[in-house]
Design a protein around this ligand. Structure first.
Ligand SMILES: Cc1cc2nc3c(=O)[nH]c(=O)nc-3n(C[C@H](O)[C@H](O)[C@H](O)COP(=O)(O)OP(=O)(O)OC[C@H]3O[C@@H](n4cnc5c(N)ncnc54)[C@H](O)[C@@H]3O)c2cc1C
Length: 442
């Protein structure tokens, strides 16, 4: 595995670090307060100015994959940049690298027609608009995407869309220009993996209604502008379909891999920052005559946090390297593993930090409450832990099904009777001989 950072990636990381120290950290508290005061339906101050500045400095669209062109970065190159951005919940948007836009941009890059790219992708790449991804539905268990029940029905040169979605991140943002909407084009007889399609729906199309903003553990807007959205007889041109009818799963596979790993990379940055704060606080705060850093429980937690973060980073880098070298499909087990490991790690590290900060850990003075909500929500968003674990285990079972257990020393069949007798006679407590037994010679 080669995860050596390239000079270009190292330079970009250094510049991101300097940018965030100069322009973002000093106003971060103000941004959180503004987000709370303005709510999920408004644009927060400073963001647009910072976006322009970031773009002018070449710190823009860093997520663009190497396959996109000469400026694109590999996943191994992008990972440390994403980690750096993950240190602040506001940073990804400033560098035009935030979810769900990056996933939507990649989808359009990979599967969009020229017309779709011109209309929907270009303004996103320029940072003029935002977007949303509408798959999850309140009425069905959406962790199983085959359950998605919304309808996309062809009517002449148009599609008619009906459905109720929720947890549609970004829908309350005034700059949200469109949704990538997932729904059924197939009927009851269609193969369940070919029944879903994705289609582009303008936010201002007649029949689209953002019903309500949804808080995430009490937070509105940051870390997530979630919303419930209803689509009632929405008509869009037939050319808005992505890739064609029944191709929704194919697109989801291409879209979700990179998106998942970006979340994990950011969580590592978030956890690093939290651990740093935790160490500083532990050294400064005195209880019962000694700094908290001298309590063995604090040392234990700091050490364990260091171990967990480094484990998660190595696993993430391995997934990144696999995606670069063998592709997203072959790397799906690694992607699923890190999707489980990184949020669990971040949630634990932030929880220890909250405990160490005492009562002050539960307000957002040190951004710990928002960090906790972020880690926790990512155990659900992009699929719940359990579904990823199922996939990991199924791939593991498949891998070993074709292995020769004799060669690998992992035979799992029971002993034959002859083998059991051999074990018995060689063991410390063989069965005592009590005269002739049935089936044995006298
Ligand atoms: C803050 C936030 C932002 C989100 N953003 C978006 C977005 O932008 N677009 C979008 O479409 N969706 C988004 N989601 C939705 C998210 O992807 C779903 O919540 C998730 O996929 C689970 O679907 P569900 O809520 O319908 O839960 P359900 O499918 O009802 O599952 C409920 C629970 O059942 C258990 N479970 C399910 N399947 C299994 C299984 N096979 N084995 C064992 N246990 C299982 C799990 O514990 C799971 O959490 C977001 C969610 C959150 C919290």
């Amino acid at each position: 595995m080669n995860i050596t950072q390239s000079p270009r990636s190292a330079d970009l990381r250094h510049r991101l670090q300097a940018f965030m120290a100069e322009h973002l950290y000093p106003i971060e508290q103000e941004l959180y307060l503004a987000a709370e005061r303005l709510g999920p339906w408004e644009i927060y101050p400073y963001i647009d100015d910072l976006k322009q500045r970031a773009r002018a400095e070449g710190l823009w669209n860093l997520f663009l994959p190497a396959a996109h062109g000469p400026d694109g970065l590999s996943n191994v190159e992008y990972a440390p940049l994403c980690e750096q951005m993950g240190r602040s919940l506001f940073a990804p948007e400033i560098f035009n690298c935030s979810a769900p836009d990056t996933g939507n941009m990649e989808t359009l890059l990979l599967f969009g027609t020229d017309e779709q790219k011109g209309c929907y992708l270009k303004p996103l790449l320029e940072g003029q608009t935002r977007s949303a991804f509408a798959m999850t539905e309140p009425e069905v268990a959406s962790s199983d995407a085959t359950n998605i029940a919304s309808q996309i029905r062809r009517d002449g040169d148009e599609y008619v869309i009906n459905g109720r979605k929720w947890y549609t991140t970004g829908a309350t943002d005034p700059r949200c220009a469109f949704f990538i909407f997932m729904g059924r084009t197939g009927d009851a007889d269609t193969d369940r993996h070919k029944a879903q399609s994705m289609i582009l729906v303008p936010r201002d199309a007649a029949g689209v209604r953002v019903v309500r903003a949804l808080p995430v553990l009490g937070f509105y807007g940051v870390p997530d502008r979630s919303a419930e959205v209803v689509f009632e007889d929405v008509r869009v041109p037939a050319t808005n379909i992505l890739l064609g009818e029944g191709r929704g799963f194919e697109i989801a596979q291409g879209r979700l891999g990179p998106g998942r790993i970006h979340h994990c990379m950011r969580l590592i940055g978030l956890s690093e920052r939290v651990l740093e704060r935790m160490c500083r606080r532990a050294s400064e705060r005195v209880a019962f005559g000694s700094p908290l850093s001298e309590q063995s429980v604090t040392l234990e937690r700091i050490a364990q946090a260091r171990i967990l973060i480094d484990q998660a980073r190595l696993l993430t880098m391995r997934a990144a390297w696999m995606m670069d070298t063998v592709g997203n499909k072959a790397a799906r087990q690694e992607i699923a593993m890190i999707k489980v490991a990184a949020p669990a790690m971040a949630q634990q590290v932030v929880d220890w930090a909250i405990q160490l900060f005492g009562g002050g850990g539960t307000n957002n003075d040190h951004f710990l409450a928002a960090a906790f909500a972020t880690a926790r929500l990512l155990r659900l968003a992009d699929g719940p832990d359990e579904v990823h674990r199922n996939q990991i285990a199924k791939l593991e079972l498949r891998r070993h099904a074709s292995n020769n257990g004799e060669l690998s020393g992992s035979r799992a069949t029971g002993l034959t009777l002859a083998e059991a007798d051999a074990v018995a006679s060689a063991s410390l407590w063989p069965a005592p001989v009590r005269g002739p037994q049935r089936g044995q010679a006298a």
